[in-house]
Structure formats: structure tokens, C-alpha cells
Design a protein around this ligand. Structure first.
Ligand code: 13P
Ligand code: SF4
Length: 364
């Protein structure tokens, strides 16, 4: 769970001017260069992102951490589940730190291990729970990944969810997909499942709000989690852009609702969105349905293209935004002084099971 307590870092950091913070971060980075690997997710604000040694989507960053065995200090500028994944995939000599412990992912927190275990038990009264293969989006806690590993399931990311879903459907009779309803629904549609084969598990209702016959007919059962940022995009936004300029290309993240993804020209992970725009001919016009810091960065880096947010409002991931330069400097100062603060550790037993689920995905 990500409601961890972040200590007050004090006015000496919080009231520091931006350029002073910038200079001090650069000098700490130089001092720690042999041991430090600073990773940043694409949704990080520019003042943090510019200090990254490597950037990427959630899984790519965990892999980079694991590949750089000589780096013992991994400072993860992203959210809690990403730092956990990095800790699971790295070795004993590597330690992972999150600059602000309040940087959680609300969607990941929407599925807890006790809730999912309860759902499995309830479903087991209607169907054979052994034929129900769990698939968890990487945006989930280590405890959820461990449960999935123990039950023979796999992790997936926004770039391989369709492939993992196909694998799981071939392995068992049904798939239990969590925590993101929308990634699950979009992936099920992409592999050709009919709407009637996909049902929603609503937390807090008996049998997830389904009747037993619907559960027996289902091929995919979706948890009712969602991303508050991507829920802000709607079909009306897509239609408004189409009416304004028929040349516009709409590209969105698959955490958006079905009504948005089905109307878009393209969808994909943050890496896939970046690649599509990088490879487009100059003068292309885009409306992008994802977090605003990434959209702004694309605008700044591709002045040859005409890039807009799909929504007229600022769709900001406020938990990612908690990682500010002041917190980054604070953690680097502590590490330089040999003090460990905000270390993210996954207990060994949990990590072993979660690793199974991650490794299954890598093998698929
Ligand atoms: P990516 O893995 O596509 O970067 O997405 C992570 C995320 O949290 C999207 O909201
Ligand atoms: Fe979680 Fe959504 Fe933020 Fe991604 S954008 S970290 S899914 S809340």
C-alpha cells in the first residue's frame, strides 16, 4: 500500500530557488556518479526529468535498473509500484529509493491482495477457480504481483497486454484481469472477444454484481479499477478534434475508456506514443490522450509537428508530480552523506512470487 509517511523535508529545500536546486542536483550527481542511477518516467515534470540517466515506461525503467548491476543506488523518479518492480528485478547489492513516499498510483491501490483473494473465493463457488488465470497490469502492488505469480498468472504492461491476455486464455478457461478495467477491455476487444464475453467485477458487491450464469459464460472478468488521469478523456474530445480538423491523428494511452480508444487512430504505451510522433512526417497534427507532462515534452521536442492535448483541460498525474526537484536534491544529499532514506523494499517471499509473474511475462 502506498500511503507511506513522507517526512517534512523543510524550508531549506522547499523554499530554494529552482536554479539553485538544479545546480546542487548536478553537483550531487557528479559526486555519486559511480554508484548512482537516476531513472525518470515519461510523466515526470521537466525540472526532474532533465536529470535522468535513463527515461522510459514503467517496465523499461525496471529493466534498466536490473541491467545496471554496478549501480548500487537507484533513485526512481516515478511512482511507488515502479520502484517496487525495480527492487524485485534488481540484485541484493542494489537499493531503490523514491524521492517522495506519497508518490503512489491511485489505480494500483484499487486492488489489494485481501480484496482479490476474496473475489477468487467468491468466484470459486460458481466456477472452477483453478481455471481462472490472473493477469495483473504492472501498475499494481508487489503483493498483487505475488498473488498472480503464486496462481500461475502473469504481469502485463500497456504494450503487451493483448499478447498476455491471449496467453492466459490459452492456459485456462477464463482470465481475471486487474486492476485496470479499461486496459483489460481494450485488449479483449483488440483480440476479438465479444462484449458479452467480458464482465465487470464491481468491488463490494456479491459476486462482483454479476449473476452466476454471466460469470459462467465470461471469458474475461475485469476488476473495476481505473486511472483518474486517463478517465478525463472522452469520446466528445475525439469528435471535437475530428470536426475541427479532419487531418488530425488521435493517439491515446490504452488506460483511456473504450469509447476513446475505439475512436482513436492509434493507441499504445507512453513509449509507443513517443515513437509514433518521432517517426511522423514534419507538419503532422496530433491530439494526444495522455498525461500532460508527456504531451508538453512532445510539443517542446517536436516543434516541426503540431501537437495538442486531446482534452482542453490539464490531465496531470498529481502523484507523479509529487516528485519535485527539492525532494530529489533532499534524497541525493542524504545518499551522499551515507544515509538511506525513502528506501523501497519488497519482502523476500513476496518478491520471489512477484518475480515469477514478471518472468512469465518476459517469456511470453
Ligand atoms: P506506461 O507503462 O505506458 O509508461 O504507463 C504507465 C502509467 O502509469 C500510465 O498511466
Ligand atoms: Fe497511476 Fe494513472 Fe498516474 Fe499512471 S497516470 S501513475 S495509472 S494515476
Amino acid at each position: 500500500m502506498t500511503s507511506l509517511v513522507q517526512v517534512d523535508i523543510g524550508a531549506a529545500y522547499l523554499e530554494q530557488a529552482e536554479d539553485t536546486l538544479h545546480r546542487r542536483i548536478l553537483s550531487r550527481k557528479e559526486e555519486l556518479a559511480d554508484r548512482l542511477l537516476l531513472l525518470a518516467h515519461h510523466y515526470q515534470q521537466e525540472a526532474v526529468f532533465r536529470h535522468a540517466d535513463a527515461t522510459g515506461d514503467s517496465l523499461k525503467l525496471a529493466r534498466i535498473a536490473a541491467e545496471n548491476r554496478e549501480k548500487s543506488l537507484i533513485v526512481f523518479c516515478g511512482v511507488h509500484f515502479m520502484a517496487e518492480s525495480a527492487d524485485i528485478l534488481t540484485n541484493e547489492g542494489q537499493r531503490v529509493f523514491l524521492p517522495d513516499l506519497r508518490a503512489g498510483c491511485p489505480m494500483a491501490d484499487m486492488a489489494t491482495r485481501p480484496e482479490v483473494e476474496w473475489a477468487f473465493a467468491e468466484l470459486g463457488q460458481v466456477i472452477d477457480a483453478d481455471g481462472l488465470v490472473p493477469v495483473t497490469y504492472v501498475n499494481s502492488s508487489a503483493a498483487i504481483k505475488a498473488l498472480v505469480g503464486e496462481r500461475g498468472g502473469s504481469v502485463c504492461t500497456s504494450s503487451n497486454a493483448e499478447r498476455v491476455l491471449q496467453w492466459a486464455l490459452a492456459k485456462g478457461e477464463r482470465v481475471f484481469f486487474f486492476p485496470d478495467e479499461h486496459l483489460g477491455r481494450n485488449s479483449a476487444a483488440a483480440i476479438g472477444l465479444a462484449e458479452a464475453e467480458v464482465i465487470l467485477w464491481r468491488r463490494g458487491r456479491p459476486l462482483g454484481g454479476n449473476d452466476p450464469e454471466a460469470v459462467k459464460r465470461a471469458r474475461v472478468i475485469l476488476w473495476d479499477g481505473y486511472c483518474t488521469v486517463h478517465m478525463q478523456f472522452s469520446a466528445a474530445h475525439v469528435e471535437a478534434w475530428r470536426a475541427r480538423d479532419p487531418r488530425v491523428r488521435i493517439i491515446v494511452h490504452p488506460e483511456c475508456r473504450r469509447e476513446v480508444v475505439s475512436r482513436a487512430d492509434q493507441y499504445g504505451s507512453t513509449e509507443a506514443i513517443i515513437k509514433a510522433i518521432e517517426q511522423a512526417p514534419p507538419g503532422s497534427k496530433w491530439a494526444v490522450g495522455t498525461e500532460i507532462n508527456l504531451v508538453r515534452r512532445l510539443q517542446a521536442r517536436h516543434p516541426e509537428q503540431d501537437i495538442h492535448s486531446l482534452s482542453p483541460f490539464q490531465c496531470l498525474c498529481s502523484t507523479m508530480y509529487r516528485i519535485k526537484p527539492a525532494y530529489l536534491l533532499w534524497i541525493l544529499d542524504h545518499l551522499a552523506a551515507g544515509r538511506e532514506v525513502n528506501r523501497i523494499t519488497v519482502p523476500a517471499v513476496t518478491a520471489a512470487s512477484a518475480r515469477l509473474a514478471l518472468e512469465r511475462m518476459l517469456a511470453i
